[in-house]
Design a protein around this ligand. Structure first.
Ligand code: NAD
Length: 740
């Protein structure tokens, strides 16, 4: 696991190389083995210096998240003791009296980078793909191996902020420019260079601060900056956090965090506290403070929920856990896209970027060409940003055939249909495509509202007919919702999943239903916002509580971005086809007033609930809307209750989707919610949220809201049953398959 070797010049090399893993991680076994090797090197008089490196392509990926997820968090003292041991190990490493170099051969993240920071010198191999950083905050944690203390002491609080608070990782060259890494050298010189640094003649000696007065001076190379006499944190006058500059920094920083996280994420706050408190304390005490905050985050359900969904759930989805077994993997070469509009052109863009040949079909040549021009634009943007070479962009564009001729689809392995959202138009396009397609090719509709089973009725091979629902803008949105119709066969599902991975998106698998899973749950959020408008709650309050609940946008803003006309159309269709009533409810009346009385269609028209400037940037709530219904608004509503309503209604809809079999896997439900419509990520997703609070408590909350706000909050049978039995979704619907 950890290889240890001492050469003739007294240089010990400790190489991380965990068996049966592609990446090294910090867990109990590897940490113990590493501690043993380190101790041997420090105690061996023949050893003059130490190199820490890895035998894998990357250095160390970070802590073993499985270990963190399964940690028994009931005993805070025990956890504190456990993680103090890690701090002590890293501290022993930097205060052991021998110079240590981190030879960073590839990516070093989280605890992996913290090991490097506790080395006296850091050399990285030049590798444009290698990254260093502290991504812990993205999973609701903080760097608990000294990262919050060593990084600000090395590069100052301002420079440390994006690394610690946003989890930004850095290419090694950037890290060198910031002072986190000392040298970047060609990969084949990494170890020689490390050894050269260790064997160079020592020029300076110091008495380390930890050794106390009167102690013997030692080789300065073996002493960290913060252990040297007179050390001051860079960035603040006198290194003082409480200097006027320091105070300004923290006031501004706290305000920014509050604005960005609405107070629902504990980790950024804890990181700020660690840095602020730690920088005023002796180093060893500062590490204790860090451990305490780390343990408090680990014990908070937010971290576990985020790790489970945003790491494990996501990983399983990306490994195609839901792919039916026994269907050979499809290697894609050529696909077709029907409709070269907003979605079709986006789907073609991401497909061509994955190296596929594309046939892009539209009604006439100019419409097809317009779609191809969009692809050229998108590739051009990447070239401009230096992320794609011009010749590769040219080669990609040359793989796109834009044509009105359906005959060109002949040898496509899969076709994604993205024509107008109209049953007849879709039926005609399906028939024309199937007439020329290979009988084994998959036909996928990107419809957002029309049930797949109904669309498949015109198909001559409904077992190969499926829904592949992309999100807009296709280039940026990571999720794809795959919809299995009544007659869709396992082969079509397997091959659709292969395609989604080919274009490097994350798939979830759902069964057919109106609005499928994502649109159906998401629409409850926008609709609840409209109910609040109907109750005359002041629109700015509604929008603010939306964001405060952890959603990326307020309900009205998001309705603008979807298109107020689209929302109206769907609401009307739903009323007529599901509720079978002629009487619009108050939410539909508001939408109709915005679209039909006021002629405001949303962001695309630069006017909706909001006003927009020429660049489609929101400027203010439209004053005309604030006059709606006489202009008197209530400002006395309790923001906490509004927040609860907005979040609860979505989670309840997700629970209904389970009861109806629309969704069957809690991982899909949670990953789909966060990636698809931005459901408050700190909860780990709607299902995680219900599981964390317990079905019984959730049912109680729904009942209280139903009594006050109506039937839409009435908990479903499944939830009541689970509440009675004390079940969780992750138990009751335990994922049947884990990815290989
Ligand atoms: P769009 O109007 O931008 O594009 C539709 C394209 O289809 C147009 O270029 C049109 O010329 C072409 N077309 C129409 N009839 C055709 C035919 N018979 N043969 C070939 N081409 C034809 O629409 P869009 O927003 O790209 O939506 C397309 C589909 O994607 C719809 O089903 C929509 O519900 C779905 N969808 C849209 C979004 C979104 O945010 N816009 C998101 C997910 C899914």
């Amino acid at each position: 696991m950890i290889n240890y070797n001492v050469d003739a010049d007294g240089i010990a090399t400790i190489t991380w190389d965990m068996p049966n893993r592609t990446m090294n991680v910090l867990n109990e076994g590897s940490i113990t083995a590493y501690a043993g090797a380190l101790e041997t090197a420090l105690k061996d008089d023949k050893v003059k210096g130490i190199i820490v490196t890895s035998g894998k392509a990357d250095f160390i990926a970070g802590a073993d998240l499985e270990m963190l997820l399964n940690a028994d968090t009931s005993d805070a003292a025990k956890l504190t003791d456990q993680f103090s041991q890690l701090q002590k190990l890293f501290r022993r490493q930097e205060t052991g009296g021998k110079p240590i170099v981190a030879a960073i051969n590839g990516t070093a993240l989280g605890g992996g980078f913290e090991i490097c920071l506790a080395c006296h010198y850091r050399i990285a191999a030049a590798n444009p793909r290698a990254k260093v950083g502290q991504p812990e905050v993205k999973l609701g944690l903080l760097p608990g191996g000294g990262g919050t203390q060593r990084i600000p002491r090395l590069i100052g609080v301002m420079n440390a902020a994006p690394i610690l608070l946003e989890g930004k990782d850095l290419p090694v060259e950037t890290a060198k420019g910031m002072g986190l890494i000392h040298e970047v050298v060609p990969a084949n010189e990494l170890l020689t260079r490390a050894k050269a640094w260790l064997t160079a003649e020592s020029k300076e000696t110091v008495v380390p601060a930890y050794a106390g007065k009167g102690a013997k001076p030692i080789d300065a190379r073996a002493v960290q900056p913060w252990d040297r006499p007179g050390f001051k944190t860079p960035g603040f006058p006198g290194g003082q956090v409480w200097s006027p500059v320091g105070v300004q920094t923290f006031i501004g920083g706290n305000a920014m965090i509050a604005a960005k996280t609405s107070g629902v994420y504990p980790a950024p706050k804890a990181i700020m506290s660690c840095v602020y408190e730690g920088l005023q304390l002796p180093f060893d005490t500062a590490l204790k403070v860090e451990t305490r905050y780390f343990v408090s985050l680990l014990r908070d359900p937010v971290a576990k929920s985020m790790i489970r969904t945003l790491f494990f759930g996501l990983q399983e989805a990306n490994k195609l856990a839901r792919r039916p077994k026994g269907v050979p993997k499809q290697e894609y070469k050529k696909i077709g896209v029907l409709g070269a509009g907003l979605m079709g052109a986006g789907i073609a863009t991401v497909s061509v970027q994955a190296g596929l040949d594309i046939v892009l079909v539209d009604r006439d040549q100019p419409s097809a060409d317009k779609g191809k021009a969009h692809i050229a634009d998108e590739l051009g943007k990447l070239v401009k940003r230096g992320r794609l070479a011009q010749d590769r962009a040219d080669a990609m564009l040359a793989k796109v055939t834009a044509t009105p001729d359906f005959g060109a689809l002949k040898d496509c392995q899969l076709v994604v249909e993205a024509v107008f959202e109209n049953r007849e138009v879709k039926a005609e396009a399906t028939k024309k495509a199937e007439a020329v397609l290979d009988p084994k090719a998959v036909f996928a509709s990107n419809t957002s509202t029309l049930p797949i089973t109904g669309l498949a009725e015109v198909s001559v091979r409904p077992e190969s007919f499926i829904g592949i629902h992309f999100f807009s803008p296709v280039e940026r949105m990571g999720l794809v919702e795959i919809i299995v119709g009544k007659k869709t066969g396992p082969r079509a599902l397997a091959l659709s999943l292969d395609y989604v991975r080919k274009i490097r998106k994350t798939p979830i698998v759902v069964n057919d239903s109106r609005g499928f899973y994502t649109s159906r749950c998401f629409s409850t959020y926008t609709q609840e916002g409209l109910y609040m408008v109907a109750e005359r709650i002041a629109p700015p309050l509604i929008e603010n509580v939306g964001r405060m609940s952890g959603m990326p946008m307020g309900p009205l803003e998001v309705t603008d971005s979807v298109g107020v006309d689209t929302a109206l159309k769907i609401t009307r269709q739903f009323r007529k086809e599901v509720f079978k009533t002629e009487k619009p409810d108050p939410t539909e009346e508001i939408l109709a007033w915005i679209v039909e009385t006021s002629g405001r269609l949303g962001t695309k028209a630069q006017k909706g609930f909001y006003d927009y400037d020429a660049k489609a940037k929101r400027t203010r709530l439209w004053p005309g809307f604030l006059d709606y219904g006489g202009g008197k608004w209530r400002r006395d509503a309790d923001p906490e209750e509004l927040k609860l309503r907005l979040i609860t209604i979505q989670a309840l809809e997700a629970a209904r989707c389970f009861e109806e079999g629309v969704i069957t896997d809690p991982r899909d439900a949670d990953v789909g919610a966060i990636l698809g419509w931005g459901f408050a990520p700190y909860t780990g997703g709607p299902i995680s949220m219900i599981d964390t609070m317990g079905a019984a408590a959730f049912v109680k909350r729904c009942e209280a809201l139903a009594a006050k706000h109506g039937e839409r909050f009435t908990p479903n049978k499944l939830l009541r049953e689970m509440a009675a039995k004390g079940e969780t979704f992750y138990q009751r619907f335990a994922p049947a398959s884990k990815a290989a």
